[in-house]
Design a protein around this ligand. Structure first.
Ligand SMILES: C[S@@+](CC[C@H](N)C(=O)[O-])C[C@H]1O[C@@H](n2cnc3c(N)ncnc32)[C@H](O)[C@@H]1O
Length: 389
């Protein structure tokens, strides 16, 4: 099975040792699973590496880096541009599938808090490596995995078979979950969600756990752990950082801000008392969390005055035809605001920011998220205590 590869034993041992040394494999059962899954069986002969100019360049199996990377704690890009590299010589612009960073894989598996014989749905099969770890821990019969790209799903299934596992591999849109095999004890997404699909909640037993990379372009990339309640909702908190590619239908596709913002004169002009700096608060702050969840699909572009006045213009926009601007002057009591399109983005931001203020300006670690059929809401300290819904 492995004749065409160099001996992988020392590489696997060193990877497991490195993860354990970092505290990423505290659970002995997961450490055992990592020891039983050789990563090289899941990495395709063609992978990609980041170039300095922002493109991704192909690296093939005869390149010494290919073998070295497999047993390093690094993520490996395994598909670009949905399988059709858009650049010359096989170079790609966007990573569209990868074998995830092993320490993050370990972290996410531990956050799942599995018990023996639990049934798990994985979203985003890709190489099948993570699926193999789940199969090694829980048995293939307890693992269902879904991949949107049929070519990748087939590669993942073949890799799993070659490595000796036979979980159920489904080709489909993971946003819908996999109702045919529900309910699940656990759902693990290995692709990031801006809006946690409600199907994942519906298909998880009460008391079950959903772990998913989550966030948006304003909030950044987080790891969310939700517990499913008996009332048809799931609630939980951010438990770390997790930079993953977005679910295919939730990809950003943002280009230059000018493509999304109408001419200033075409906007409706008014004034607001909210200090525009509210949008520019630190990435890890409570205010950004409340704004980022309550004002979805939010982007901004900042233009500071070229003199020392401290003035700036801040544009807000979404990808669906709404844009707005605010003019900031230090010390002003209110600010000129203009908006255009179906949403008044500054009004939405003001509503969210004031709700955060009324809640006592809490830090981010006091805030959590509930997913219900109506969408995502933020709560303070305990579910059911909403902020800015
Ligand atoms: C980071 S990779 C997953 C890594 C994988 N678990 C592994 O161990 O190699 C993300 C995968 O999610 C897939 N994906 C993106 N959107 C999806 C969707 N809506 N449903 C199912 N899979 C999706 C991508 O095609 C990609 O293969």
């Amino acid at each position: 099975m492995t004749e065409s590869f160099p001996d992988h034993t020392s590489g696997l041992e060193s990877l497991v040792g490195e993860l354990a040394g970092r505290g990423a494999l505290a659970d002995a059962a997961w450490k055992d699973a990592f020891t039983r899954v050789p990563r090289h069986l899941f990495i395709p002969s063609l992978v990609w590496d980041n170039d300095d100019d922002g493109w991704l360049s192909p690296v093939t199996r005869d390149d010494p880096r290919w073998w070295r990377w497999i047993y390093e704690d690094r993520h490996i890009v395994t598909q670009v541009d949905d399988g059709a590299p858009s650049g010359a010589d096989g170079r790609g612009q966007t990573a569209t599938s990868s074998a995830s960073l092993p320490r993050l894989v370990a972290r996410m598996l531990e956050e799942l808090s599995v018990g023996d014989n639990m049934r798990v749905l994985e979203i985003g099969t890709a190489t099948g490596y993570n699926t193999a770890l789940l199969s090694a821990r829980l048995g293939s019969r307890n693992v269902i995995t879904v991949e949107i790209d049929p070519v990748l799903a087939e590669q993942g299934r073949a890799n799993l078979e070659r490595a000796g596992w036979s979980p159920t591999v489904v080709v489909g849109d993971g946003v819908e979950g996999v109702p045919d095999y529900a309910p699940y004890d656990r759902v693990l997404a290995t692709v990031a969600a801006k809006n946690v699909p409600y199907a994942w909640v519906e298909q998880t037993r009460p008391g079950g756990v959903i772990v998913t990379p989550w966030g948006n372009d304003y909030l950044g990339h987080r790891l969310l752990r939700l517990e499913v309640g008996t009332d048809g909702t799931a609630s939980g908190r951010v438990v770390g950082l997790a930079a993953f590619m977005w679910l295919r239908d939730q990809r950003a596709r943002v280009g230059p801000w000018r493509d999304f913002v109408v001419a200033d004169e075409a906007m409706t002009r008014t004034r607001m008392t909210l200090d525009p700096n509210a949008v520019l608060v630190e990435e890890d702050s409570g205010a950004r969390f409340v704004i980022g969840v309550n004002v979805p699909d939010l982007y901004y572009a900042l233009f500071r005055a070229q003199d020392d006045s401290g003035e700036f213009t801040l544009y807000l926009y979404d990808r669906h035809g709404s844009s707005a601007l605010a003019e900031y002057e230090p010390g002003a009591a209110d600010y000129e605001m203009r908006h255009h399109g179906p949403r008044n983005l500054w009004a939405e931001v003001e509503h969210a920011y004031r709700a955060w203020e009324e809640a006592g300006c809490p830090d981010r670690d006091r805030l959590g998220v509930t997913v219900s059929p109506a969408g995502q809401t933020v709560w303070l300290d305990v579910p059911g205590n909403p902020v800015g819904a």
